[in-house]
Design a protein around this ligand. Structure first.
Ligand code: GTP
Ligand code: MG
Length: 329
């Protein structure tokens, strides 16, 4: 017997996923100092590669949003939910803010700006490894115009020199003088508790909007496609990560064998890029399958998984509004 998973099927709860084990000590075990619960929506904004998605994953202690060393990894507004006795913080990870006139980049910029308009607090991540140029200034100009409270975060403290740290602090003091500044290493989970303290200070009173063990609200198909995209973009270089999108064509369950079948396609822009993604003798596609399988299996606890991956080319898809409407929710 076959079951098809509906696209709106939500993947939200830590209990639903068997990889519940916390990597870090529980962040907050005390009773809330406030007599009321707090609940806030937080937009995470910053340049590409600042570490926004890494920070969100560290806060949620789950892989909510994919990460890569190549910039412009995140393409959607991705929600990650954090709950403790103080209340609930509903984060939206956004695409890195990048100045560009290309159709797709403009859509990504719009997603980031929309998230700013819809949140209670902005969490602005600055990557102090790079000097604050025109792009960083474009973000602070945007933030200076809004009335929403802002918490600034200087990330990558584990690899910053004193000079880089001081430069970032001076930039923030000049551009956003009233916003508190926290220094973090999202990668090493340092300074992250201090961010949560600042965010809860600014959060309005409110009941939890999601169950206490929820950590995201992504549809299964989207989550699966993102896992595969992450494994693919981390294997290729230069322009190719940007030329990739993944579409999940089918997810079906075969009861007789207790197996979930996932059929997905990795799409590139040119025929010549197909061979690079497939790799010599299929070596890359094998790695993508092997690396994706455990994470996809976590979504379907207790089930076997068969992952069927194809690589296809679709000319100039980044300018194709039908494709962009489909993948940039
Ligand atoms: N050393 C160090 N590296 C970090 C830290 N945070 C993130 N990174 C690395 O920076 C790179 C980019 O991280 P992401 O979390 O994907 O960055 P992002 O801001 O979400 O990027 P976009 O989605 O492209 O906007 C990855 O290689 C991360 O491992 C950190 O605190 N320290
Ligand atoms: Mg990201």
């Amino acid at each position: 017997m076959l079951f098809f998973f509906p696209t709106e099927y939500l993947f939200i709860s830590k209990a639903f996923c068997h990889c519940v084990g916390r990597k870090h000590p529980i962040r907050y075990t005390g009773i809330s100092e406030e007599s009321f619960m707090k609940c806030a929506t937080i937009a995470i904004i910053g340049r590409p590669s600042a570490g926004k998605s890494t920070l969100l994953n560290t806060i949620c202690e789950m892989k909510v949003s994919i990460t890569a060393s190549t910039p412009q990894t995140t393409r959607n507004a991705i929600r990650g939910i954090y709950t403790d006795p103080r209340g609930q913080l509903i984060f939206t990870d956004t695409p890195g803010y990048h100045l560009s006139d290309k159709t797709m980049n403009k859509r990504l910029q719009d997603t980031a700006i929309r998230s700013l308009e819809e949140c209670d607090v902005v969490l602005y991540i600055i990557d102090a490894k790079r000097s604050a140029g025109e792009e960083e200034k474009a973000i602070t100009d945007l933030l200076a115009k809004i009335k929403t409270p802002i918490v600034s975060c200087i990330n990558k403290s584990d690899i910053l020199t004193n000079g880089e740290h001081e430069e970032a602090k001076a930039f923030l003091a000049e551009q956003l003088p009233t916003s508190p500044v926290i220094t973090t290493s999202a990668k090493l989970d340092e300074g992250v508790d201090d961010i949560l303290i600042e965010l809860f200070k600014l959060a309005p009173e409110g009941e939890l909007l999601y169950p206490a063990d929820a950590y995201t609200d992504q549809p299964v198909e989207f989550r699966v496609s993102e896992i595969i995209r992450e494994k693919a973009i981390n294997l290729v270089t230069e322009e190719i990560p940007h030329a990739i999108y993944v579409t999940v064509e089918e997810i079906e369950y075969k009861e007789e064998t207790n197996t979930i079948w996932v059929r997905a396609a990795i799409i590139v822009e040119r025929d010549s890029q197909k061979g690079i993604v497939v790799g010599k003798g299929g070596a890359n596609i094998k790695k993508i399958r092997e690396r994706s399988t455990p994470e996809i299996r976590d979504i379907f606890p207790g089930k076997k998984l068969q992952l069927d991956l194809r690589v296809k080319a679709q000319d100039k898809w980044r300018n194709n509004s039908i494709v962009l409407d489909k993948i940039l929710r």
